[in-house]
Ligand binder design. Sequence first.
Ligand SMILES: Cc1cc2nc3c(=O)[nH]c(=O)nc-3n(C[C@H](O)[C@H](O)[C@H](O)COP(=O)(O)O)c2cc1C
Length: 200
Amino acid sequence: MATLLVIQSSLSTTGQARQLAQQFANTWQTQHPDGQVIVRDLAANPLPHLSDSDIAAFFSPSESLDDVAMARRQESDDLIAELQAADAVVIGVPMYNFGVPSTLKAYFDRIARAGVTFKYTEQGPVGLIADKPVYLLAARGGQYVGTAADSQTPFLTTFLNFIGLRSLHYVYAEGLNMGAELREAALRQASETIDRLARS
Ligand SMILES: Cc1cc2nc3c(=O)[nH]c(=O)nc-3n(C[C@H](O)[C@H](O)[C@H](O)COP(=O)(O)O)c2cc1C
């Protein structure tokens, strides 16, 4: 059974990136009637910022961990297993203050685990997550693609490549706060692209 993991990070329940990711999931489901859509909503269920004790929990032997530390490591193990098991991944990514939502960064901090999702070799780092299509649906008030102000795309590409995810597909809905005409055109174009990608 095919599995689609949908990672939502829009603050609002009506967020544009959230709606685009939802559209992808709905269309994908029509193509995979027996498929399973798993939603990880990082706004509804945010993960805490990484702490020193969390990192210790990731690296210490189980017998030295207390219940809280064990729970933190189990949570990270579960997030990684969920990502590893998915056949495709959709990430709804709004731009907030020139970066990805802090909830998405907190998620990344909990799935980047040496020896589990990446390892260093003499040839450099190797990602340990099996490659699969990742659809990044980006919503932005302004227009930044191809400029130095697009801090999201290089970061997302570097991070996801690092853990092994190389088949990245970006869809941008930009200029959403630059007037109704631009907004409607951007959303229509993003929606058409998503429809095509979700059916492929
Ligand atoms: C807290 C906050 C910060 C924002 N910062 C930026 C920004 O740095 N650049 C930008 O282009 N748009 C910015 N915007 C506009 C959002 O990118 C835009 O509203 C987009 O639709 C957000 O996605 P969402 O609707 O899924 O939340 C910001 C919006 C909010 C609420």
